[in-house]
Design a protein around this ligand. Structure first.
Ligand code: 13P
Length: 251
């Protein structure tokens, strides 16, 4: 049994104008010259840059993804983007169920599951996010909350090969706070157990990313934790120097 190939994915959130493609090309080149070592690297820019980013990364080893998709393939959904459209634009990944979407857009586990299914059906790898709030952790409910999110947001029919789970404690996102390595190890082992229950032996190969205030200065420690198969990086993915400082732990 070998550990899955790590994935370091950058979530640019609502950041990046066309000028940011320069940074993306710098990341592409750094990944191309081996800067991410044995890890797979991906950047998920805002929708407006997905096609241009995919064009810039065509034939290169940097993957491009999006940050959300609609559950339907097409139809009367003004302002929404389908997974098919993302695949057509050159995306290979789609993040679904990010806590900012769950909070800002009221996305339930059922909605997240439908979006993940749509992404997978379109040939994308779905990066499904889960994570507890500060209050939930303080109340000792982190496992209960994350367990329910996993069960509600995933489907046993998903092909394990197109599925990535990202554990992002809400209180660690953009705050500079991170859980202890012991807490990360406990949660990732708990998620691994859930994945093995859902997908059997294939659950061992599903990558479980850690996200929340990952920086070059803490990446080696966090990525060194058992069952942490990479990172989902927000703020520190916006510059080539910081992103490669994180991906570079896999060199
Ligand atoms: P930060 O790395 O900025 O804390 O964001 C994490 C995140 O939400 C990635 O999806």
């Amino acid at each position: 049994m070998t550990a899955p190939r790590p994935l370091v994915a950058g979530n640019w959130k609502m950041n990046g104008l066309k000028a940011a493609l320069g940074e993306l090309k710098a990341i592409r080149d750094a990944v191309g010259s081996g800067g991410a070592g044995r890890a797979e690297a991906a950047i998920c820019p805002p929708f407006t840059l997905v096609a241009a980013a995919a064009e810039a990364a065509r034939g290169a080893s940097l993957g491009i993804g999006a940050q959300d998709c609609h559950a339907n393939a097409s139809g009367a959904h003004t302002g929404d983007i389908s997974a098919q459209m993302l695949a057509d634009a050159g995306a290979a990944y789609v993040i679904v169920g990010h806590s900012e979407r769950r909070a800002d857009h009221g996305e339930t586990d059922a909605v997240v599951r439908a979006k993940a299914a749509a992404g997978i059906k379109a040939g994308l790898t779905a990066i499904v996010c889960v994570g507890e709030t500060r209050d939930q952790r303080v109340a000792g409910k982190a496992n209960e909350i994350v367990g329910a999110q996993i069960e509600g947001s995933l489907d046993a029919d998903f092909p394990a090969t197109n599925l990535v789970v990202a554990y992002e404690p809400v209180w660690a996102i953009g705050t500079g706070l991170t859980p202890t390595t012991a807490d990360v190890a406990d949660m990732h082992a708990f998620i691994r157990g859930k994945l093995e229950k859902l997908y059997g032996r294939k659950g061992v190969d599903i990558r479980i990313l850690y996200g929340g205030s990952v920086k070059p200065s803490n990446a080696a420690e966090l990525m060194g934790v058992k069952n942490v198969d990479g990172a989902l990086v927000g703020g520190a993915s916006l510059t080539c120097a910081d992103f490669m400082g994180i991906a570079g732990v896999y060199k």
